[in-house]
Design a protein around this ligand. Sequence first.
Ligand SMILES: Cc1cc2nc3c(=O)[nH]c(=O)nc-3n(C[C@H](O)[C@H](O)[C@H](O)COP(=O)(O)OP(=O)(O)OC[C@H]3O[C@@H](n4cnc5c(N)ncnc54)[C@H](O)[C@@H]3O)c2cc1C
Length: 633
Amino acid sequence: MEKLLAQYDYVIIGGGSAGAVLASRLSEDENCTVLLLEAGVDEVPLSDVPWSYLTLQRTYLDWDFKTESSSNYCLAMHNHQCRWPRGKVLGGSSVLNAMLYIRGNKRDYDSWAALGNVGWDYESVLPYFKRSEDARVKELADSPYHKKNGYLTVEYFKYNPPIADYIVHSGEELGYKVHDVNGANQTGFTHSFGTLRDGLRCSTAKAYLRPASKRKNLYVSLESFVEKILVRKDDKSKVAQGVLFRKGKRRFIVGAKREVILSAGAIQSPQLLMLSGIGPRHHLEKMNISVVHHAPGVGQNLQDHVGMGGIIYIIDPPHSISERNKFSMKLSEITKLRNIREMLWNSSGPLYTTAYSAGMAFLNTKYFNILSSCQSGFCRSHSTMELLHISNIVLRNFDNSRLTSIVALDFTKTFDTVNHDLLLAELKYADGFDYPDIQLIFSAFSDYGILAANLYGVESNTATRLYENITKDTQAFGIFPLLLRPRSRGFIELKSTDPDEAPAIVPNYFEDSQSVRFMERMRRTRLMRKLNARSNPNPIPGCLQFDSSSDKYWACYARHFTSTIYHPVGTCKMGLASDCYAVVDARLRVHGIARLRVIDASIMPYLVSGNINVPTIMIAEKGADMIKEDWQS
Ligand SMILES: Cc1cc2nc3c(=O)[nH]c(=O)nc-3n(C[C@H](O)[C@H](O)[C@H](O)COP(=O)(O)OP(=O)(O)OC[C@H]3O[C@@H](n4cnc5c(N)ncnc54)[C@H](O)[C@@H]3O)c2cc1C
């Protein structure tokens, strides 16, 4: 951007997954001006390469946040803190992410609507998923759930070693469908597809901003860090006027004729609101920030997909495979010169894959026991109240037997408080089995301790002992189980009034062992037996007192090697004004402040059952439409 104007129609804060979509869609109207302020720099060519996923974190493209130290989770990590990377770059976290294309479950959106958020049920949001998409996967060509010619290209990962097929087909052997998990039903296995174009990353900067870059009414200012949203307050109203931002060593004020749109993500959107005096009164007063607007929900309701990291299964590749050393990948081999040449000369090879693209599964474990004991049709005839009663039985069982399980903790924590609607929605659909509670993400290589230490921040002693005798030549695959709808709630709070200082991130994680037991079932399939799949024999230090096949061991493991694929949401929750924790209304306008919207992952009232980049893009597509409608009328 060459010259800064005094004001623009729209000022968008943050050019990430949501902000890039908004800037592109709003500037389609050439009669209005749009300023996009992004704290980071432009994308770099390396971030296009899928395998670079493992190298982008902890660079200048990453905000590199950490959770607050805890005595309940992240216990194997340095200082008991888990790392939370976030993109500090045009395209935001869509430049750092693992590119997996998942929309979540239909019921997720229906449960948003059930809170009073008109227009957010599945039928209403599906057109926005489709609008964004350019599906280049052959099997999706005739699907009513997909579309071609949108901005965001969707493809299979161009490279996957043979183990990926074994993983997906062993799921089939267990009776699961291998199908489009973004289509009619979610439960089942799938080969992974991603936000990819010609095999390379398709971030929202690439998808939405590059095609709009010639527009004269779109202004993008990089390395522009917003420090405050300016709100005019008098006896009658509070109206957002513009923002204060820093570029280099200079500070600028810029006005918004129509609206300020906050899209700084689930950590920094609430941080910036609080720095601007919009947040819980007691917290702002404690921080000596003058209260512009008391909004108790800002920073609250933090949810994330928590999981267990570092789980690997060692295998013996079949003798029939000619290139046995390529059956599953060896981490140390992937960046070898021959693979770089393969990419540059032939546009193929292992650099076209990521750590997490060897297949995926969505499974319902939570209701499995009660429902599998139901005789045919019996459960289906239950009324909602009866199902609620069943859930109480589940609750009591979990309470008594496995208090360390996240399912139990989650249920007990919120059952009596806020989450009845979601629970009812879940129970209503539980007997259909298509409301999975666990996602398994598979990787086609062995971590022999390198990733644990370097990526997740596991203490090097622990990493060494956990992967003892597992070398870079060990053939293995990894499984990453995630809890899809955790009921634990955390929060974001300011630690300082200095905008450069990261806020406190307290996710309140717990964990579940169901999915690991599922993995044991999978290990016994014919296909996996062929590979002699066996779990890592080394127990994790810190849990040696437990038998490594017991629930107690896995609960302990989860508290130690707590892991996430970085899906924080909910910190500027969407809801009715009567819900004092709702920050924005169903048109994403901040309650109590005119001309200010929040549009990013933070508005999700409940976490969706799957990866959240594409749901965030959907939110921005819908948000852009609502803004256009509101200013037309
Ligand atoms: C490592 C990683 C892997 C992931 N893998 C997947 C995956 O495979 N599939 C999937 O669906 N999801 C994945 N996700 C999640 C998904 O990418 C994010 O949830 C999504 O990108 C969030 O979008 P957002 O617009 O809310 O925030 P972001 O995309 O993070 O955008 C926020 C933007 O605001 C900017 N910003 C922040 N503060 C300011 C300020 N004060 N002034 C100016 N600019 C500011 C930031 O620099 C950033 O560009 C992953 C996330 C990470 C971090």
